[in-house]
Design a binder for this molecule. Sequence first.
Ligand code: KIV
Length: 275
Amino acid sequence: MSATTEIRRPVPPDIRARKGGTPLVVLTAYTTPVARLVDPHCDIVLVGDSVGMVLHGLPSTLHVTMEMMVLHGQAVARGLSRAMMVIDMPFGSYEEGPDQAFRNAARLMSETGAAAVKLEGGEHMAGTIAFLTRRGIPVMGHVGLTPQAVNTLGGYRVQGRGEDADRIRRDAAAVVEAGAFSVVLEKVPDALAREITAGIAVPTIGIGASADCDGQVLVVDDMLGLFTDFRPKFVKRYAELGQEGDRAIAAYAAEVRARTFPAPEHVFGEEPVRK
Ligand code: KIV
């Protein structure tokens, strides 16, 4: 018998059962080394389609492809041993209908090992979510600000203010009714996020929502200070790795130009001559 105790990784029903409990910790990751870094601290690691903007310099998530998600999903999977992995369905891979959604969700899960997919949309996606969940594909919903709909929403504004709140309430209720095991609430007013959290049976995971959500998610490069193109109000920087990286790279460049790098300890001498 092995002396090591195997850690049972959470699966979607475990996450669902965390409703109202200790808040769920969720971060994105897109590469193996970052997945290794976040794995010991997170319940869920999300391979977000934010990868397009954060790693590929794309102007929005609309240009992210299935191939990109598969490749980054495989990289992240190699770095995880504890956290559950969820992968985003990219724009255009599920909106056509349940059959298209099933085909692409099954591909994402089978080629990356993700335990679940996340897709954006509320009432209008309920039929697709029900189709997937009844066929073995756990779905994390995503309502409120849905970045793939940036062109119809007219920007990255807070959603659900005033009379618009009812739309978000209906969206959250519809994805839960369809079988989603958790729901991301993005950029909705604090009070509305609290009300939805209290009113639905599955965990809410907030981003720009409320501390009373059942969990929180951030884009890892945002909270590490590595992605600096823009900084939404809901991002707290827990480190300034961008600045630290700039300092390190400037020091390297100066040492190369001054011929102080490589130093003697970084180069190889002659092998001792054998007589
Ligand atoms: O793509 C992503 O990173 C996301 C999170 C911000 C929720 O969807």
